[in-house]
Design a protein around this ligand. Structure first.
Ligand code: GCO
Ligand code: MG
Length: 413
């Protein structure tokens, strides 16, 4: 090892511009800086502690070039494998090391991953409405912004606030917008009724198709709320509207549930934003029960691990649909964009724009042109962290809501 590439400092940075973010910053003896995203929505401080208390001491003095070895060391060396906290921490280290390696090489990271396989990554935006006219306005607004694929979420009559719909009132009276995590000490509660949802959603997609025509790729997120038979029913009901995908139709833990869904519908299925290793995909990929892998770089152990998952999926013609909500920081998004550009089995990239304060903390080089995202040509990830801006935003407790059925039973959110 040349001493210059040994890791000299390990910093865990917590900031809360528009929301909470945890960032890992590694600096080598030569002064090369690498960033990694360790943000786990609603559990941010546990990853910060994992990194600070248990990982940082292991990194100082290690050769920053040894990415695979460091990954295996942190994964196998912990003995307690997997889980979102561990895998977000490993992801942050992994991405920071890739950032460093690419900077040392003087290349944008995608070049180290094999170079560009396309001119840019097709992105989808989030349109939503409390009723059909509001939804149409939101879709038009996204088309005007340049999006060429749109996720459609809608309110459901009789329910107060539904996941993914902007401008609703939350249980605290605040406006529910693009950011589902609310800055409260105790999670807000929302209400849910799957039968009302199933009755309402197909009509909304019919209206959208009639208004916007057959070409526009449309996506929908079921957000883990259906049983397998309910998901099968929805997939079948949506077939005439030719969805790009139906996401997270059932809770993700039970991979076998997808067999039942698959038997009944040709609506493409996407799953995996809450997964954290390749093992969560074993049955889904081998039995070809899904069409898109939804994992984030940030929650799946980084570029090293997600690349392996996507290569496994590629053998079965399953494509990527990397998770990109606002709770993935610009560092995690940049990592996703480099991967999107390089892999062969790219499908689509989720793109929820960050707010102005976040963009002030994280200076970025990505571009969004004609519906396509591109990570830019700066060596490394193309993101720098502005300490002065970040330090003005202290961590604030914020949680995703909890769902209850009408009779008070807790339901998947
Ligand atoms: C999506 C996701 C997110 C999650 C969020 C939880 O498809 O973008 O479902 O909106 O709810 O990432 O932290
Ligand atoms: Mg989702």
């Amino acid at each position: 090892m040349t001493t210059g590439t040994a890791i000299r400092t390990v910093e865990v940075l917590v900031t809360s511009p528009d929301r909470n973010f945890v960032t890992l910053r590694l600096t080598t003896e030569d002064g090369v800086v690498g960033l990694g995203d360790a943000t786990l929505n609603g559990r941010e401080l546990s990853v910060a502690s994992y990194l600070k208390d248990h990982v940082a001491p292991l990194l100082v003095g290690r050769d920053a070039h040894r990415i695979e070895d460091t990954w295996q060391y942190l994964y196998r060396g912990a003995y307690w494998r997997r889980g979102p906290v561990t895998m977000a921490a490993i992801a942050a280290v992994d991405v920071a090391l890739w950032d460093i390696k690419a900077k040392i090489a003087g290349l944008p990271l995608y070049q180290l991953l094999g170079g560009a396989s396309r001119t840019g990554a097709l992105a989808y935006g989030h349109a939503s409405g409390r009723d059909v006219p509001e939804l149409f306005d939101s879709i038009r607004h996204h088309l005007d912004e340049g999006f060429r694929a749109i996720r459609v979420q809608t309110s459901v009559p009789g329910l107060d606030a539904v996941y993914g719909v902007a401008a609703q009132r939350t249980s605290t009276g605040a406006r529910y917008d693009y950011e589902p995590a609310q800055r409260t000490v105790v999670p807000a509660e929302e209400d849910w009724d799957t039968r009302s949802y199933l009755r309402h959603v197909p009509g909304v997609f019919e209206a959208v198709r009639n208004e916007f025509g057959p070409e526009l790729p449309l996506l929908h997120d079921g957000h883990h709320r259906m049983t397998p038979i309910q998901a099968a029913k929805l997939g079948k009901a949506l077939e005439p509207y030719d969805l790009f995908w139906l996401e997270d139709c059932t809770p993700a833990e039970n991979q076998e549930a997808l067999r039942l869904v698959r038997r009944h519908t040709t609506t493409p299925l996407a799953i995996g934003e809450v997964f954290n290793t390749v093992w969560d995909y074993q049955t889904l990929v081998r039995e070809q029960l899904i069409d898109y892998v939804r994992s984030a770089v940030t929650h799946t152990g980084g570029i090293t691990a997600l690349r392996k998952i996507l290569d496994f999926a590629a053998q079965y013609q399953i494509k990527s649909g990397i998770h990109g909500p606002t709770d993935i920081s610009p560092v995690g998004m940049a990592a996703a964009l480099h991967l999107d550009l390089a892999i062969h089995n790219f499908g689509i990239q989720e793109y929820m724009q960050h707010g102005a304060r976040t963009n002030e903390v994280f200076q970025q080089t990505f571009t969004f042109t004609d519906g396509l995202l591109h990570p830019g040509e700066q060596p490394g990830l193309g993101v720098t962290y502005d300490d002065a801006a970040a330090d003005t935003y202290e961590y604030q407790p914020a949680y995703l809501p909890v769902n209850r059925l009408k009779d008070g039973t807790v339901h998947d959110w």
